[in-house]
Design a protein around this ligand. Structure first.
Ligand SMILES: Cc1cc2nc3c(=O)[nH]c(=O)nc-3n(C[C@H](O)[C@H](O)[C@H](O)COP(=O)(O)O)c2cc1C
Length: 195
């Protein structure tokens, strides 16, 4: 599979996660691969762009990320709500989720991690930053973003463009128990008049 997304400049990569979308974390090591949902992620550094993401130590994803020192962060559009909940509700320990749910992936350009584009708005390819003092104690992982790309229909020139005609690509925000809010209702701040 070849990418149909447009590269996102690394200086703009933080904007893909800034508004807190629920993401799909992809990983692979040897002939094993996996995908899970994650609601807890955020940018933490500007340059080079770094993110923090919470990956439960007991997940199959964490095992593959530790083994490969790499992972993908794919940002599903609203049309993937069911899939996002599904891959966040079962473990790759019990079988390959790509095969089970018919998920197609392409290889990331820098690290070769599996990345999803169909139904997704964007992806980031991330290199794990080893944090030996936190590895055993915390679920949080830190990583450097080494490549990013987005569907230009919804993210272009470093900006999200949520419109009625691209609603299927509006990001998902987990409210709990499989309920999501969709990032559709954009409010543009106007300058306040001096009093
Ligand atoms: C919407 C949603 C959001 C989730 N967010 C997180 C998260 O931020 N961090 C985490 O460790 N698990 C999160 N989970 C749970 C994992 O996705 C779940 O444990 C998954 O089964 C792990 O799969 P794996 O063992 O194949 O890696 C979330 C689940 C759902 C449905």
């Amino acid at each position: 599979m070849t990418s149909t997304f447009t590269p996102v400049a690394l200086e703009h990569a933080s904007r893909l996660l800034n508004h807190g979308p629920t993401v799909l974390v992809t990983s692979a090591h040897g002939d094993r691969r996996n995908v899970m949902a994650a609601a807890w992620s955020m940018p933490v550094e500007f340059s080079p762009p770094r993110i923090a993401i919470v990956i439960d130590k007991n997940t199959f994803t964490r095992e593959l990320i530790v083994a490969s020192a790499a992972f993908g962060v794919c940002i599903p559009g609203a049309a993937l709500a069911d899939l996002t909940f599904a891959v966040g509700s079962c473990s790759g320990h019990d079988g390959d989720k790509f095969a089970r749910f018919g998920i197609e992936s392409l290889r990331g350009p820098v690290l070769g991690v599996p990345l999803l584009e169909a139904g997704c708005a964007a992806w980031l390819e991330c290199r794990l930053i080893p944090e030996r003092h936190t590895e055993d104690a915390y679920d949080t992982c830190f990583a450097e973003v080494v490549a990013a790309a987005a569907d230009p229909a919804v993210f272009a020139d470093g900006r999200w463009n949520f419109r009625a005609d691209n609603a299927a690509l509006h990001t998902l925000h987990h409210l709990g128990a499989g309920n999501f809010a969709r990032a559709s209702d954009v409010i543009r701040a106007r300058p306040l008049q001096a009093g």
